[in-house]
Design a protein around this ligand. Structure first.
Ligand code: ATP
Length: 353
């Protein structure tokens, strides 16, 4: 049965460092929740406190509404897959997986049945007797997952489980997590610094910074209304420009950047003095169209080939730049060339600096 997690005003201090700082968060039963953040933002510490490997300096951690701060890790309905996997190297696949079941006192027959079922789930049937040292990285990953899932945890914690795998395997395992989440119905909490992973898997995700949550939302919301410039940059929206001023036009707001007018979507009200205009590079198109007011005249300062598209860096007269993602089959632009680009609707968002 899936279990809900409540984090109430939790702090974890290491001397003067507050790895997690008065943080509150509710994770719903059965949710796929991701903690995303750069190195040192506190996400592993938070995960360890949920798992019972670290104790909060202050605050409460609730499972289905009951405080578990005093419950030791091995008594919590939680299993964890660590980046290091932590498999027993001298044991077979089956021995690794049934280890926890043995501690629970299950009979040999029950253990064998559960191992067989879980190996089928992670698509490793027939590997029971294989030594784990003789498996590929992806297979070892699956054994680690099977070992956690066989315990039928209400909560599965995944701490950077895909780090170290090559890109193809990462994608394969990522799909696997999604599938296993649906099949098991458990609450999954993933820690990662990889935003693709977070975006493709999460029901909701939180971006952490310096022990606090900067934004907690469904993945698409981070692109439609990033809470601030840090969040926007974290999800890859690097075009951040400082407007000279903001003008109210009809029901909308227009930002004036270096004398040019950019209609902006305004999320929460921001102090104009500290607002930034975030422009989505995928919503900037080359050339003019028929609508007025959303065209910009800019100069090409750099082009970078990216495979399926080309990033073209364009500058305003004051030196501020924005990158446009141009189809790789589009026209070749030269550095120094003056171009007109059109901003598609909702290309520009106003956010707090
Ligand atoms: N046992 C510890 N003793 C002292 N400081 C610690 C300890 N564990 C973590 N910290 C500090 O707490 C902060 C948060 O660390 P944490 O490992 O939670 O971050 P993270 O977001 O998981 O980073 P990473 O992605 O690098 O694992 C860092 O400044 C780290 O140096």
């Amino acid at each position: 049965m899936a279990i809900s997690i409540g984090i109430n005003n939790v702090t974890r201090a290491y001397g003067p460092v507050r790895a997690v700082d008065t943080l509150s968060l509710d994770i719903k039963a059965g949710e796929f929740f991701t903690l995303l953040g750069s190195s040192g933002s506190g996400k592993s510490t938070l995960l360890k406190m949920i798992g019972g490997f670290e104790r909060p300096s202050a605050g409460e951690i609730l499972f289905d509404g009951r405080d578990v701060v005093d419950v030791p890790a091995n008594k919590r309905p939680v299993n964890t897959v660590f980046q290091s996997l932590g498999l027993f190297p001298h044991m077979t696949v089956a021995q690794n997986i049934e280890y926890g079941l043995r501690l629970r006192g299950l009979s040999g027959g029950e253990r064998a049945r559960k191992v067989e079922n879980i190996l089928e789930l992670v698509e490793l049937s027939g590997f029971e007797e294989r030594n784990v040292n003789l498996l590929s990285g992806g297979q070892r990953q699956r054994v680690a997952l099977a070992r956690a899932l066989v315990m039928e945890p209400g909560i599965l914690l995944l701490d950077e489980p895909l780090t170290g795998l090559d890109e193809r395997l990462r994608q394969q395992m990522r799909d696997e997590f999604g599938r296993l989440h649906k099949r098991t119905g458990a609450t999954f909490v993933l820690v990662t610094h990889n935003q693709d992973e977070a975006l493709s898997l999460s029901d909701r995700m939180a971006i952490m910074h310096k022990g606090k949550i900067e934004q907690l939302d469904r993945p698409e919301q981070f692109f439609q209304s990033p809470a601030n410039a840090f969040v926007a940059r974290f999800v890859g929206m690097e075009n951040q420009l400082k407007p000279e001023r903001l003008e109210e036009v009809g029901n909308g707001v227009v930002a004036v950047i270096c004398g040019q007018h950019v209609p902006v979507v305004q999320g929460a009200r921001h102090d104009p003095a500290t607002s930034l205009v975030v422009i989505r590079s995928d919503r900037v198109v080359l050339g003019e169209n028929n609508t007025d007011g959303d065209q910009l005249r800019l100069k090409v300062v750099e082009t970078m080939f990216r495979g399926l598209y080309r990033d073209v860096k364009l500058a305003f007269a004051d030196g501020q730049t924005l990158v446009m993602a141009l189809d790789a089959g589009g026209p070749l632009l030269s550095v120094g060339e003056d171009v007109v680009v059109t901003l598609k609707p909702k290309a520009a968002l106003l956010t707090a600096a």
